[in-house]
Design a protein around this ligand. Structure first.
Ligand code: G4P
Length: 538
């Protein structure tokens, strides 16, 4: 029995789906664990993994899953959270934290994941400020119009001043930070937060090893001034300066991606974590409808529809199947429902739907817009695909990025060729890399095209681990790709430093050694079609 649109609307209103974007080491894992602690999914941070430090790994989460009977995975973490100041009968907010790939190399994966969220938390290390990966990820958020909450983490360690960090963000990325709180105490002496909207002071106390939720004391301005003296005055002054510069929170500007509410935290000490959760509940947008290829908009209360944003072969040797993760866009999802795969028009049975994945997979029976559901053995599904219940709908494809790294790959031993082909097909359909072919090179050594070289490493490692194929990767001297057409390829093929390929989606791509080669050909052969592809940061 399907629920009424009213039920769906209610469920949507209480959902928040977001991702944390950060440069490696800014504290994403620590923050994820701190959020789980505040949502009371775990009782002690650091306790679940039983090793030095607080770094939670996927297997740690799996242990936690077993111990607490909750659903956690490296793909999406769902938990309920009730704001401290909420009315007693308020339904908890359902928070979906979608994981972005942790590796340092920017890849299309991250971009795809960011198509599945409604907001992002940009986590910055107080001492390091903006780092390359943060910048790139932020650009993706801007491109997709995703509102961003900025979190300055590690305030318990020496770093820059709040105003320096604010200026850096405003200048380098053009996003105006509007702090909700100003820290009391300089970086390295984190005492509490001045709540700019209520004028009150939240004073934190440390717990042993930062394992528990940090006790908070709520003080009025007068008491705060007595307790903190200079540090309190400095925070008040900074706040006033921000107000004079117009840097107060404005919900409309935040949703339009022009400003970013900012919070200072120490994920390690659990300071400011509750404030971050409260901000997500209060300010981040609930899931909204989506525009289809034909320009129509599917409202969240319309019949079921979802977009596949990630496809992955079972990482775990005991589950060698292919998992497709979908973000629900509209309607109620019920396990067992037979939906339609828009790209093939074929029915798709959802008997094996799972909330998340780990060694112990947990089944999901119902889900609503904003939720992430994994489908097992989804061999026909690819990133960007649409699933729906009548009436039909198809969402725009996620799109491939302009590759910047190229290499040929071949099986080390000829006897492994069949396996090699099979593995190539599998990895290609998951979207791990783009694969380019042309008649001259033949099929034994296809050209791999990637946004980041880390994608190549993933291919060779998985070839070996999952298909027992040893491979040789040889970088190619190309650095640029342009889309071309049949009529232009003959001319391009005659040029030095250029090679034309067909990508699996049928697109013809011309590869160039460098931008000078490209400019030369554009000048000498103005009739040749050479269109830019979507760049990673477009
Ligand atoms: P990541 O997932 O973004 O890569 O970062 P992760 O949480 O693993 O944190 C990276 C390092 O920063 C870890 O230290 C972690 O303990 C530390 N860290 C995270 N948040 C805070 C914070 O608020 N304050 C301070 N002072 N440190 C923080 P590590 O030395 O690499 O590991 P470990 O020995 O602590 O486990």
């Amino acid at each position: 029995m399907s629920s009424s649109p009213d039920t769906v609307a209610r469920e949507v209103r209480r959902r928040r789906t977001f991702a944390i974007i950060s440069h490696p080491d800014a504290g994403k894992s620590t923050m994820t664990e701190a959020l789980a602690l505040h949502a009371r999914m775990i009782s002690e941070a650091g306790a679940v993994h039983g090793k030095a430090g607080r770094k939670a790994t996927v297997s740690d989460w799996m242990e936690m899953e077993k111990a607490r009977g909750i659903s956690v995975s490296s793909t999406a973490l769902q938990f309920n959270y009730t704001r401290t100041e909420a009315q007693p009968d308020t339904e908890p907010t359902v928070i979906n934290l979608v994981d972005t790939p942790g590796h340092a190399d920017f890849s299309e994966d991250t971009y795809r994941v960011l198509t599945a969220v409604d907001a992002a938390v940009m986590l910055i290390d107080a001492a390091k400020g903006l780092e390359p990966q943060t910048l790139k990820l932020f650009q993706v958020c801007r491109h997709r119009g995703i509102p961003v909450i900025t979190v300055v983490n590690k305030w318990d360690r020496p770093g820059q001043t709040p105003l320096e960090l604010i200026d850096e963000i405003a200048e380098r990325i053009g996003l105006v930070p509007t702090p909700l709180y100003v820290p009391v105490g300089i970086a390295g002496d984190f005492r509490g937060l001045y709540d700019r909207r209520s004028g009150r002071y939240i004073k934190f106390s440390r717990t042993a090893g930062g394992a528990k939720i940090a006790p908070e004391e709520l003080l009025d301005a007068h008491t705060a001034a007595n307790v903190e003296g200079e540090a309190w005055t400095a925070a008040r002054e900074e706040s006033e300066l921000l107000s004079e510069m117009g840097q107060d929170h404005d919900q409309e500007l935040f949703l339009a991606g022009e400003t970013s509410p900012m919070i200072f935290t120490s994920a390690m000490l659990n300071f400011g974590v509750r404030q971050l959760l409260d901000a997500l509940v209060e300010l981040a947008p609930a899931p909204a409808g989506r525009t289809a290829v034909d320009g129509t908009v599917r409202a969240v209360t319309d019949p079921f529809s979802a977009v596949v944003f990630k496809v992955q072969a079972g990482m775990d040797s005991s589950h060698r199947d292919r998992l497709a993760y979908m973000r629900i866009v509209s309607g109620e999802f019920e396990r067992g429902m037979v939906v339609t795969h828009a790209q093939t028009g074929r029915p798709f049975a959802t008997k094996y739907a799972q909330a998340v994945f780990g060694r112990d997979r947990s089944t999901v029976d119902t889900a609503y817009p904003g939720d992430v559901v994994g489908l097992v053995n989804a061999t026909a599904l690819a990133p960007g695909d649409t699933l729906y219940n009548e009436p039909p709908i198809e969402y725009p494809p996620i799109g491939s990025f302009a590759p910047e790294h190229f290499a040929t790959l071949r099986a080390r031993t000829a006897g492994k060729y069949k396996q090699f082909r099979k593995a190539m097909d599998q990895l290609e359909s998951e979207g791990v890399v783009q694969v380019l072919r042309n008649g001259t090179r033949g099929d034994a050594s296809p050209v791999l095209a990637a946004v980041g070289p880390m994608q190549f490493e993933v291919v060779t490692a998985r070839m070996l681990a999952e298909f027992t194929v040893e491979t040789d990767l040889e970088p190619l001297g190309y650095s640029l790709a342009r889309r071309t057409d049949e009529a232009s390829s003959a001319e391009l093929d005659r040029q030095r430093g250029v090679e034309v390929f067909t990508r699996t989606d049928g697109a013809l791509l011309a590869l160039f050694s460098d931008k000078w080669r490209l400019q030369y050909i554009e000048k000498e052969h103005p009739d040749v079609t050479l269109e830019p592809l979507v760049a990673a940061a477009d």
